[in-house]
Design a protein around this ligand. Structure first.
Ligand SMILES: [Fe+2]
Length: 424
């Protein structure tokens, strides 16, 4: 469980990346998509159409490998395959005539071998698409905070580009705001309502779907969804499920939640993280007691995720920082919350305070003896950070801290899942 070492996370000058050589100027990117343990997609935009070449290698001084696409285009998409797991690669982008952009700041890491425990750091930003000084301040704070320990990838929780998710708005709010980070951190995303104003999930069209290359055929793990609107992927021993709370059918009989059931049924990774835009619980700038999409996700998606022992749900939409207790089985309005039944641990989860939430083992979860999928968890909200820790049994727990040991209401997970299915 040693953290993989990253080399050369360099802070470089801010501003629009614009390099000109060989008669071609990069106007967007490069940026990184569909990170796996063996592959990466590199994308960039140029002002003049040419072929596409990525030169890469494990040393910035020796980019001895090449992947290319022969067709002439301004929207360059190159898949690098046959990569080694958990490895840092350096790269440049260009065409057959030569390199247009690439130096020691152009690098990325591949995922660990699926199933391998690895400390994993994710930069998560939500509703970040303002393209203003606030967004730049958040970016700069993250770059400073993570300079000595960079993230492994980033997640955008939707509303990535205000006000309508158009291509020029994406240029300003995403590509001109995070040029250095995007060339180093593979980015995953979920659709927000503002992204959806110019995109359509049913037809997979619009700027959002043009910009992101999201997995449809389980390219990065999980079960094929056959749509970029919702999908799953694995990173080490974490399974991520990404849902579309804006423009896809949110009913339990709809394709999205039917796919979710199947995806989770085949998942064998011990950690489960779910991501979508509209929060199931919020009293911020939105209200989950009264707003339809939020209620739908709470009533329809959460029972499935609870049944499969979800560890963490990340959402956006409400423009404030909110973090709940570890909630289980609460699908009504806020006034119906039963603290004893619905909150698995009423403590703050901090190692330095009243302690971690601890579980005996994954085996205990699988046999129905506990509510969490993993041996131990610590949640800490310091500086906006949430830390979930996989630890040996009781390593981080002192006597009396195994507060979530009671069997979940309704019996073992398999029985809870059966109970959920009976409600359909
Ligand atoms: Fe939103």
């Amino acid at each position: 469980m040693t953290r993989k070492l990253k080399s050369g996370f360099l802070l470089i000058f801010l501003g629009l990346l614009a390099s000109s050589a060989w008669g071609q100027t990069i106007t967007r990117g490069p940026y990184l998509q569909q990170q796996t343990d063996h592959s990466m997609i590199v994308r960039w935009r140029t002002d003049v159409a040419t072929d596409s070449v990525v030169r890469y290698g494990t040393s910035s001084a020796t980019l001895n490998l090449t992947s290319s696409e022969p067709g002439s285009t301004t929207e360059h998409t190159v898949l690098l395959s046959g990569l080694s797991a958990d490895t840092e690669y350096f790269y440049s982008v260009g065409n057959a005539a030569g390199t247009i952009a690439g130096d020691s700041s152009y690098h990325f890491g591949t995922s660990p071998v699926p199933g391998t425990p690895a400390n994993t750091r994710i930069w998560v930003i939500g509703d970040s698409g303002t393209a203003n000084s606030n967004a730049r301040a958040v970016r700069d704070a993250f770059k400073s905070w993570s300079a000595s320990e960079p993230a492994d990838f980033m997640f955008m929780l939707g509303d990535n580009a205000y006000n309508n998710g158009t291509d020029p708005e994406y240029q300003a709010a995403v590509f001109d705001t995070y040029p250095e980070l995007l060339r180093q951190l593979p980015v995953w995303s979920t659709l927000g309502n503002h992204d959806g104003y110019s995109a359509d999930s049913g037809t997979q069209t619009g700027p959002y779907y043009d910009i992101f290359d999201l997995p449809t055929l389980a390219e990065a793990g999980g079960q094929a969804s056959f749509t970029e609107a919702y999908y799953s992927f694995d990173y080490g021993n974490i399974h991520f499920v990404v849902l579309d709370s804006y423009d896809s059918d949110r009913s339990t009989s709809g394709n999205m939640l039917q796919w979710l059931e199947g995806d989770l049924a085949m998942n064998d990774k011990p950690w489960l993280v779910a991501v979508w835009h509209h929060p199931p619980y919020t009293k911020g700038s939105h209200d989950s007691d009264t707003e339809g999409r939020l209620i739908d996700m709470r009533q329809n998606a959460l029972p499935i995720l609870d049944a499969w022992g979800v560890d963490l749900v990340l959402t956006g939409h409400s423009h404030t920082y909110e973090r709940s207790y570890l909630v289980d089985g609460h699908y009504g309005t806020s006034g119906t919350l039963d603290v004893g039944a619905n909150i698995l641990d009423i403590g703050d989860g901090s190692e330095t305070s009243d302690g971690a939430i601890c579980r005996p083992s994954l085996d205990a979860f699988l046999s129905g003896g506990c509510r969490l999928r993993h041996p131990g968890a610590i949640q800490n909200s310091g500086s906006g950070e949430i830390l979930l820790r996989h630890s040996p049994p009781h390593q981080s727990c002192s006597s009396g801290q195994d507060r979530a040991s009671a069997q979940a209401p309704g019996g073992p997970p398999a029985k809870r899942r059966e109970a959920y299915l009976r409600r359909l």
